[in-house]
Design a protein around this ligand. Structure first.
Ligand SMILES: Cc1cc2nc3c(=O)[nH]c(=O)nc-3n(C[C@H](O)[C@H](O)[C@H](O)COP(=O)(O)OP(=O)(O)OC[C@H]3O[C@@H](n4cnc5c(N)ncnc54)[C@H](O)[C@@H]3O)c2cc1C
Length: 347
């Protein structure tokens, strides 16, 4: 067997990349040293293509969604397709202008998702401030179930070895660093430090009548509520730039519950059972694009900066990185390149 490809980090980046490489016939050795502030274990796993204030799709949305779907259609992750919940996402529109802007926005052609404005089916007692946008074909990945299940599915291939330990720096073949915010402590990475964006999430249980009212619908707009099949839900998130490490705070909990009360005005927040309070850190770049890079020695590679969209970014980045590892040619788009201007260290 040729030298395995070594991956450092077993979050969404490392696992999607491992799956892509294994599908292509490579052997993978993955090191992961869990950290209390990783992003993946607390992610709500949403894959949503409308996240900004203005009517537009997020960067490369159709391609990202198609690649996520493809990652579960074949290869080691195909048995985990049930962890990808395709459910309607309801986005609250809180101004007349927003409703008007969206009303003239065309649903994208030939994409694996669609957009409907003020569809009367979209809300059933949930308060849309002025209107509501319903997104179909999107949803959420159960990240908490995915991380161990993907590790098990990859291990079942015999091309995958995982070591729960910090990477000792001894590989002779290619090494891909997928370290999340840990990149800032990696001496090989000389670019501008990634910005930690800390987030709090509450794992909650809503009263049964509200569970029935919501069904599987995800609510977004200044936060998110993701109902899970077991009757619990994830309520998120705070976005705290520059905070690291991050501990749960009472203030964050109160602000998340206040968001929920805005959406569901009949809810008394004391009816919400808070089961757990999670925190994590997203590694973000100044221009919000992820990063791929190869150091000049050709054996050290980086996949990082997944930001708030790890689920959408990881599969497409994994394909681009695997292509480059195989061909030696860096054909990924310039906007994700690690040596782009936005990632030059500040002098
Ligand atoms: C509160 C919150 C909510 C979120 N919600 C969503 C969402 O709804 N949808 C979405 O798409 N994204 C969401 N995200 C973002 C998503 O979690 C991240 O984009 C994604 O998890 C990043 O994955 P990663 O693999 O790059 O990093 P991480 O998940 O941080 O994984 C990196 C791993 O590498 C390990 N590591 C680092 N250095 C070393 C080393 N030297 N040796 C060994 N191991 C090492 C770390 O311990 C960690 O396990 C959310 C994030 C947060 C914090």
């Amino acid at each position: 067997v040729a030298n395995p490809i070594t991956l450092v980090g077993g979050g969404l980046a490392g696992l999607f990349l491992a799956s892509e490489l294994i599908t292509r016939g490579h052997h993978v050795l993955l090191y992961d040293q869990p950290s209390p502030n990783s992003g993946s274990p607390v992610a709500a796993g949403l894959f949503n293509v409308i996240t900004g204030a203005k009517p537009s799709l997020t960067w490369r949305a159709p391609e990202l969604v198609a690649e996520l779907n493809a990652a579960f259609a074949h290869g080691p992750l195909s048995d985990l397709a049930a962890l990808l919940y395709r459910v309607p996402i309801l986005r609250m529109l809180d101004s007349v202008e927003a409703v008007n802007d969206w009303s003239s926005y065309p649903s994208p052609d030939a994409a694996e998702f669609s957009i409907h404005v003020n569809d009367p089916l979209a809300w059933r007692g949930i308060r849309p401030h002025q209107g509501v946008l319903r997104l179909e074909g999107l949803g959420w990945l159960d990240a908490q179930a995915f991380l161990p299940a993907a590790t098990a599915a990859l291990s079942a291939t015999s091309q995958f070895t995982r070591i729960d330990h910090a990477y000792p720096g001894d590989a002779t073949g290619p090494v891909v660093y997928c370290e999340g915010i840990g990149i800032n402590a990696n001496p090989l990475y000389r670019g501008r430090k990634l910005q930690p964006l800390a987030g709090d999430v509450l794992h909650i249980r809503l009263p049964i009548e509200l569970q029935q009212l919501l069904g599987p619908h995800v609510l977004v707009g200044g936060g998110y509520l993701v109902p899970r099949p077991d009757g619990t839900a994830l309520l998120g998130s705070t976005y705290l730039p520059g905070v690291m490490p991050h501990q749960p705070t009472a203030e964050a909990r109160a602000s998340l519950l206040a968001t929920l009360a805005r959406w569901l005005p009949h809810l008394h927040t004391e009816q919400v059972e808070v089961l757990d309070h999670w925190v994590g850190i997203r590694a973000t770049t100044p221009d919000r694009r992820p990063l791929l890079g190869r150091l000049p020695d050709a054996n050290s590679w980086f996949m990082n900066g997944l930001g708030t969209k790890g689920v959408l970014h990881a599969p497409l980045l994994a394909r681009w990185l695997a292509d480059a590892l195989e061909t030696g040619e860096l054909n990924w788009p310039p906007e994700v390149d690690m040596f782009r201007r936005a990632l030059q260290p500040r002098i």
